[in-house]
Design a protein around this ligand. Structure first.
Ligand SMILES: [Zn+2]
Length: 447
């Protein structure tokens, strides 16, 4: 039995309780709870569904050993389900055999539950799509932009079109990294040639048009093929408007925001340098306001972190183009989302909606995950409200990835406890789970 203020996507019960039987939720109620073998009183604290982070990269710099340390951060951050991207070193998840290997790593080393994305190779690989879907991935991920010809390739239009036709048959969503390669390459070459390598040039060489041109291409192909095509990260409200426009024409088109696009601005990359480099880049303060309006208008599918724990030595070059792109964000996710909402006078129910329920739904994991409902896995995030400061030294990852773009930020809450399938895995001070506590969460077959 867990007592506290129970916050779901549509209600908040001030004197509430959640009863656990085994790994699942047996009852939810208000007032005096029924007798229980054990009662944990979090009176005055908020009890939310454990967060479902629909977008992260545990293994893009370390390979699969990164699963263990990234999911330790998740446990400490109240994130009970991680949906991990497929662009791992030395090879991405492009067929059922590689997927099975990665699932083995999840089952042996993860601290929290994980769902997985699959992808295709740069040329071909489409024949592996049914096997990946049958293997239980929750979504596919492809890219219009190439970071690496093997690990993170650009998929050309004919191949992407063929992939969408095959993915449409599986019913799974396909998330797309949305940036126009030619535009970004040309602008970057011009900046380099002019010796302009200071942080703001990261924003200038990846302008809004580089995103929206990619959005239009992938959505035209969504309309043509019937595939559910999802923008993996829109830093622009316009991305969500375009998705809505295509939905109006009968396409299945959605987009997600990462939390950094709800708070960071171009001034922050100037302040942070390489530590503030991510793709797409931070935008203007006005755009951040438009993003919030899109969220409040229900246009955003869900909010994720795009957690990508590069070692700090990859984030410290004075030449902005020499730094790795990606931020850490798993452990700061819950306190930051709560703070951003609270600073705007918005309720934490929106956090239950956009950081748990909606992401679980898009990945086919709801209501097992992302919900405080009878029969759901008892995955809970307990937040203590107050005045706190985010300290990167407390990050539960390996030493070289204990850095955060939010270091020193005032937070209005901290994660006081995390519960995974009925078990306390973080007590506010220490991770109590073991590697292998987490499980692979298979997306259930359709129907
Ligand atoms: Zn990403």
């Amino acid at each position: 039995m867990i007592i506290g203020e129970v916050v779901t996507s549509d209600s908040s019960i001030t004197h509430g309780y959640v009863a656990v039987r085994g790994e699942t939720i047996a009852a939810i109620g208000e007032g005096t709870p029924p007798p229980a073998v054990e009662t944990i009183d979090h009176g005055g604290k908020l009890i939310l569904p454990g967060l479902v982070d629909g977008h992260m990269h545990t293994s893009s710099s370390t390979g699969w050993p990164g699963i263990e340390t990234a999911t330790r951060c998740a446990a400490a951050g109240g994130v009970t389900t991680c949906v991990d991207m497929p662009y791992d070193v030395p090879r991405p998840v492009t067929d059922a055999a590689i997927l099975a290997d990665k699932i083995g790593w999840v089952e042996r080393t993860a601290y929290v539950d994980m769902a997985l994305y699959g992808t295709i190779t740069k040329t071909g690989g489409i024949e592996a799509i049914p096997g990946l879907a049958a293997g239980g991935i929750s979504a596919f991920k492809l890219s219009t932009y190439e970071y690496d010809a093997v690990r993170f390739p650009r998929i050309d239009h004919p191949t992407m079109l063929a992939a969408f036709r095959e993915i449409a048959k599986t019913g799974l969503p396909c998330a797309i990294h949305n940036e126009d390669q030619e535009l970004v390459e040309m602008l970057t070459a011009q900046a380099r040639a002019a010796g302009q390598t200071d942080p703001i040039m990261h924003c200038r060489t990846r302008p809004p048009l580089a995103e929206t041109m990619a959005d239009l291409e992938i959505f035209e192909m969504a309309l043509e093929t019937g595939a559910h095509v999802h923008i993996a990260h829109s830093s622009l409200a316009r991305g969500f408007e375009i998705a809505e426009m295509f939905r109006g024409m009968g396409a299945q088109t959605t987009g997600e925001a990462c939390i950094q696009y709800l708070c960071m601005t171009e001034d922050d990359i100037v302040r942070l340098g390489g530590r503030g480099k991510c793709n797409p880049p931070f935008r203007t303060a006005e755009e951040v306001e438009r993003m919030w309006q899109a969220l409040l208008d229900g246009k955003i599918a869900y909010v994720s972190t795009d957690h990508a724990p590069w070692p700090i030595e990859r984030k410290q070059s004075a030449d902005i183009f020499a730094n790795g792109a990606g931020l850490t964000g798993l452990q700061s996710f819950a306190p930051l989302m709560f703070s951003l909402l609270d600073e705007r006078g918005l309720p934490p129910t929106l956090m239950a909606t956009y950081c748990a329920e909606q992401s679980a739904k898009l990945h086919g994991l709801y209501p097992r995950k992302g919900a405080i409902r009878v029969g759901s896995d008892c995955d809970l995030l307990v937040l203590e409200r107050g005045e706190f400061t985010f300290d990167e030294a407390a990050i539960q990852d390996r030493p070289e990835t204990r850095w955060s773009p939010y270091h020193g930020r005032a937070m209005r809450a901290r994660v006081a406890a995390t519960v995974l399938r009925g078990n306390l895995i973080w007590d506010g001070e220490q991770v109590l789970a073991e590697p292998g506590t987490g499980r692979f969460v298979r997306r259930p077959p359709r129907g």
